[in-house]
Design a protein around this ligand. Structure first.
Ligand SMILES: [Zn+2]
Length: 326
């Protein structure tokens, strides 16, 4: 079996071990440590790397990973699951997307990979994590959320050759219908793109909404889809569920709000849009209708602002472009 040590956790065949990885220091000198769980089977197989809360307020994936670990029997496992359910613990503690410690650099961990041992706190954190990922991972599944509980979409690294093919295999086994074969020139600094460029098949799940915007059903469904990925990779016994054709996109568009106001959305994630489709309704402070938000693109809703208050410059809608069934 593979010898794997990450921080204070050392894999043991047939066991689930827990530990911590130090990724830096707080300003009071205490260590920044993130939780690491390694579940190793008794038979050979790949090492599947799972992580959540790269963005600190995207908890649904953390709960999916926790659910998998609670229900995983290492005696039935081939290969190894390495799980880091809470990656950006600095942001997580503040219940916000980004680290509170970078006044200038932004602190978005998912733009910092592969990291820099001499960079900002978040860049050093990325370096400490990614050195382990690069050394051990045979595949990466990275969990995120968007804005509302009905979010269900995914991206895989559309890398040349086998890396892209294996990434697509993971996408089909997870089987979220809205899927972007992500062009390799977007999302620079994300764990997914960095891993794929290093030859590691990689996939991002966008499940549920940030903060409290997700439910138990999404967690259980996501966990079962993750088990299906593990069956596809030969890590668990059982037939692989075929999710059928998926809807692929050429790319996505983020549309930002250019106005403020009270806002209620009129579409749900997965809905088809035409150019000109009404996305939502604005109201003034007296409750009077005060204009509609209009889609500038045709496509599929990947995510939409949850409301009820909109400010200029917030993400109004996230649209998958040029949908096709594949
Ligand atoms: Zn995210």
């Amino acid at each position: 079996m593979k010898q794997i040590t990450i921080g204070s956790a050392t894999a043991k065949p047939g066991a689930i071990v827990k530990g911590q990885l130090k990724t830096g220091d707080f300003p009071d000198g205490r260590p920044v440590e993130i939780p690491v769980v390694i579940a190793q089977g008794t038979g050979d197989g790949p090492t599947l790397w799972l992580h959540g809360c790269v963005h600190g307020n995207e908890y649904c994936g953390t709960f999916i990973i926790h659910e998998l670990l609670r229900t995983l029997d290492p005696a039935q496992l081939a290969g190894t699951v390495v799980a880091l359910p809470i990656l950006n613990i600095n942001a997580f503690r503040r219940m916000q997307r980004m680290s509170p410690f970078e006044g200038y650099g932004g602190g978005d961990l998912n733009r910092c990979f592969p990291g820099d041992p001499n960079g900002s706190l978040t860049q050093q954190m990325a370096h400490a994590i990614y050195a382990n990922l690069k050394q051990h991972a045979d595949a990466l599944v990275d969990f995120h959320t968007a804005m509302t509980p009905d979010v269900r979409w995914a991206l895989y690294a559309d890398a040349p050759g086998d890396v892209g093919k294996q990434s697509e295999g993971i996408a089909r086994a997870f089987g979220y219908n809205s899927t972007l074969p992500a062009p390799m020139d977007i999302l620079a600094g994300s764990a997914m793109m960095t891993a794929a460029k290093d030859g590691i098949p990689a996939y991002i799940v966008e499940a549920g909404g940030k903060g409290a915007g997700f439910d138990r059903a999404t967690v259980e469904d996501g966990c079962e889809r993750l088990r299906n990925v593990m069956r596809h990779l030969g890590m668990l016994h059982g037939a692989v569920t075929d999710h059928g054709p998926l809807t692929y996109f050429s790319n996505f568009a983020w549309v930002m709000s250019t106005r403020g106001g009270l806002f209620q959305r009129a579409v749900r994630c997965g809905d088809r849009l035409q150019e000109g489709t009404v996305l939502g309704q604005y109201y003034d402070l007296y409750g009077n209708p005060d204009g509609e938000a209009i889609s500038p693109h045709a496509g599929v809703v990947l995510a939409i602002h949850a409301g009820p208050l909109m400010a200029n410059g917030e993400t109004l809608v996230h649209i998958g472009l040029d949908p096709r069934s594949v």
